[in-house]
Design a protein around this ligand. Structure first.
Ligand code: CP3
Length: 334
């Protein structure tokens, strides 16, 4: 198959397709017994920085019949390549060994990291592509500068503390976002050059920003990154309230949460493609009949075009494999 011809890519570009493609965020993860077996209690970064294991993790969801694979690493992988080390704390998520505290710490980070510093991701991509059928694209991703910076300063989604940092250390904060944006552009370009079909920018915590803050710390960087990287792009903001700003980010595909109506979004932005937006909780608390009904309703709302079936956000670790199967099967076999 020619490059760019997969069902996923054709749907993302807005072409008429024979059916709507399906995949899920965090589809390679702890909800899946095959993933847990592979992970075998290994440290998260040791596991994700091993190209063979990362490739095998990425491939786990193939057996469910998904239409795209997302490469296994983490948004903090790029921060590590920029020069900061991280560990994963069970209740908190990724935590830096030395959080950014001021401008001197930002100066030490690489704005243009040597690709050698993320060689493991490039190698995992090569291995994953080699093992993936030609009609299944491999997607890559990056954290948007705002969301990645929340981890670089050691706070994650604790928005009030992040806001305090932004106000107390404006020079360090702005420089951190700018450097991270440059590194992200290099990183995504290298992955696209290595054969990734599309990329998703995760600004997971930007939905908690006020409109003026969102404009400066999120939107400006989305526009810069999508403008400079080009290619097939997806924007995700968890529960992102400001859909019209997201629609103006330059992304070709907008990931939609459950607070927005898919049919309405399709009507308002006929030139964009939307991804989503089945409630991820239904894969935890529902049953096969409920999953099938919710998936069919979502497919109907999408109208069969410019739609990529997905959840509202990442799969929960308590999601049930048989319900993920029902979700995928409803899309692929009706
Ligand atoms: O989607 C996929 O299947 C690809 C892999 C992927 C991971 N992280 C692996 C991972 C992706 C796309 C991410 C993105 C990511 N990482 C985001 C944006 C998406 C979102 O959830 O909004 C964010 C905010 C992070 C930061 C992060 N990494 C957190 C908050 C955690 C802890 C989560 C938890 O449930 O404990 C991680 C670690 C992490 N990255 C896990 C996975 C599968 C879980 C940890 C583990 O396997 O032990």
């Amino acid at each position: 198959m020619a490059l760019g011809e997969s069902l996923f890519e054709r749907a993302a570009r807005g072409e008429v397709v024979e059916r709507v493609p399906v995949w899920a965020m965090r589809q390679a993860g702890r909800w899946d017994p095959a993933f847990r077996e592979l992970r075998a209690g290994r440290d998260f970064y040791e596991f994700s920085e091993n190209p063979e294991l990362a490739a095998r993790a990425s491939l786990c969801p193939l057996r469910f019949g998904v239409d795209a694979i997302i490469l296994f690493y983490d948004i903090t992988t790029l921060a590590i390549a920029m020069g900061q080390s991280f560990r994963l704390e069970p209740q908190r998520g990724p935590v830096p060994d030395r959080p950014i505290r001021g401008i001197d710490d930002v100066r030490r980070l690489a704005e243009h990291p040597d690709p050698e510093a993320y060689r493991a991701v490039l190698e995992a991509l090569r291995l994953t592509r080699r093992a993936t059928p030609a009609n299944i694209p491999v997607l890559v991703f990056a954290g948007a500068p705002f969301t990645l910076a929340t981890y670089q300063v050691g706070l994650g989604k604790r928005i009030d503390e992040v806001r305090a940092f932004m106000q107390d250390q404006p020079a360090a904060w702005n420089s951190l976002l700018e450097k991270t944006a440059s590194a992200t552009i290099d990183f995504l370009r290298s992955l696209l050059a290595e054969g990734a079909a599309a990329y998703q920018l995760f600004d997971s915590w930007a939905g908690d920003l006020r409109p003026d803050e969102y404009e400066r710390h999120a939107q400006a960087f989305h526009e810069q990154i999508f403008g400079e990287v080009g290619g097939l792009s997806i924007l995700f903001v968890k529960d992102g309230p400001n859909l019209s700003r997201m629609a103006q980010s330059g992304a070709r595909v907008i990931s939609l949460g459950t607070r927005h109506d898919l049919a309405e979004a399709r009507r308002l932005w006929p030139g964009l493609t939307f991804q989503g937006n089945v409630d991820h909780q239904i894969l935890v608390h529902g049953d096969a009949a409920k999953v099938t009904a919710a998936t069919k309703a979502c497919l109907a709302a999408g109208g069969g075009r410019r739609h990529i079936l997905n959840l509202d956000h990442g799969m929960d670790r308590a999601a049930r494999p048989e319900l993920f199967e029902a979700f995928v099967n409803t899309a692929t076999t009706g």
